[in-house]
Design a protein around this ligand. Sequence first.
Ligand code: CAO
Length: 595
Amino acid sequence: MADLKEARVPDIGGHDNVPVIEVLVKPGDRVEKEQSLITLESDKATMEVPSPFAGVVKEVRLKVGDEVSEGALIATIEAEGAAAPAPAPAQAPLSSQQAKAAEPGSGKGAVDEAAPQPPPAAPPASSGGGGGSGGGVREARVPDIGGHDNVPVIEVLVKVGDTVAKDQSLITLESDKATMEVPAPFAGVVRELKLKVGDEVSEGSLIAILETAGEAGSASSSPRRGEGRGEGAASPDAQSATGLPVSQGGPKAAEPRTVQPGNPPEGDVRPQARPPFDGKLVMPGDAPYASPAVRAFARELGVDIHQVKGSGRGGRIQREDVSTYVKHALASGARPVQGAPVAAGGGLNLLPWPKVDFAKFGPVEEKPLSRIQKISGANLARNWAMIPHVTQHEDADITELEAFRKKLGEEQKSDKGGDLKVTPLVFQIKAVVAALKQFPQFNASLDETGEKLVLKKYFHIGIAVDTPDGLVVPVIRDCDRKGLLELARELGEISKKAREKKLGPAEMSGGCFSISSLGGIGGTAFTPIVNAPEVAILGVSKASIKPVWNGKEFAPRLILPLSLSYDHRVIDGALAARFAAFLANQLGDIRRLLL
Ligand code: CAO
């Protein structure tokens, strides 16, 4: 029998007013028990709040930007069967201690008194004593992380020689549900780092060896020793602040050990290396891929983190990326919006994206965007929003070029018996190279401060290729040094590779200027988006026979429409008109391509 129940925010470590950064369900959705309903983000941790029972969402009572505390109503859910567990906070995902455990800096234990204890911090190596007042070498270990094992390290935030304060973040971990920073349990100087990005860790894994001076860390500096708060054991359903289940048995006990720098003790819980980090670009629910501290930093500066491009591994947004974004925004005249709410339309302070229940109007089907679409979509949106675009249209008379191209194609087939396809695009590549040489401003990029133009002395041309998974732009290198046939061969190869998803990142980087040819499909003109940090792109539409006045009469000519989009911060309209006219001339008289 169906039963209307309330899903509420569980114990989130006693924190109040934690912002909702994502709402992951809508009315009508069927949710499983423990399926995430919302994402919360404090300044130290991002966590998803799971549904306490399965059922159909009747009403969602929160929206992005709301701030919640324990007990806040998330949604009403028509729960299935009477046997569903009650959503009382006592049964909630997390005890205060556990939430604080996931919240760096708390220094509180996360497991119940009854549970076996995790390994305490090692005593100073020199003294062998525990937690006394003398300086020494001590181990910083991974605290209770909700009983999870093999959680990947996605950032190492300190390096050997750094002086760290107690509670300063040492590493960032990311499970499939949450990102969390692990703080130093005591102040000291990093003598040795014991793990790297990509390693997987569990409670007790050794992070670093710190040399502490004078006062050693307090009792709370030991990794998550149990400190029950008198409520008894955590519920069997209990989950960590990460929204992940807490192991009921608790972590394994371990003896305190003494270590010497550079000489890890026997039986050390060293994380196992794993293959390189798999290049994940977005967090669950498409939240930007950044640590909580970086997000907090972005918020402080009033930057919408969705607008920031990550330079870290797998596209991860780092602190420097936020700074660079701000510098660039200031240099280009835009200003980050102070206090703009997350997902409220970006640094441009636009309206939030409309949330519509399309199913109300008719049958619908949901199809997730491909990885390529997500990546290129984010880039296109940034480029379109940040670059002042103008598109210059021009016609090229390619009647003669086309006659030559056909002849060349036939020769290829008959002489070589091959299947090399010589399309108009290779002539366009050659013409573009000639134009870039003539107008070096087009073969340039603005640096990240927006104050300098970097002029390139090489001629690598990006070609937009349409694939079943979305648009990719492989780059043909050194086009100035290649002949038409070589370009035709390479174009055929990269298009094939692109469609077979075999292009590597190196083959899609280093471009100077891009060409987007829709000529094989149709159209008379379009406005391509500049592929930043390039400053211009050529759009090519379908050539067609048109009557052209030759001074005496209208003659049928094959006309190729060109659409040149450019960054108006770098290129003036007059220069763009000259560039486009030059291109048309080159294509109109192929002898010029030989010059
Ligand atoms: N006018 C008329 N015909 C044209 C033409 C033009 N401007 N350009 C190409 N053609 C013809 C070719 O000659 C070929 O004819 P045949 O089949 O008779 O030989 C046919 O159209 C198909 O060409 P093609 O598309 O296979 O080859 P291409 O070299 O012109 O283009 C590539 C290669 C990879 C760029 C293209 O296949 C592609 O993916 N284009 C889409 C790019 C895109 O999506 N851009 C949009 C970006 S913004 O979203």
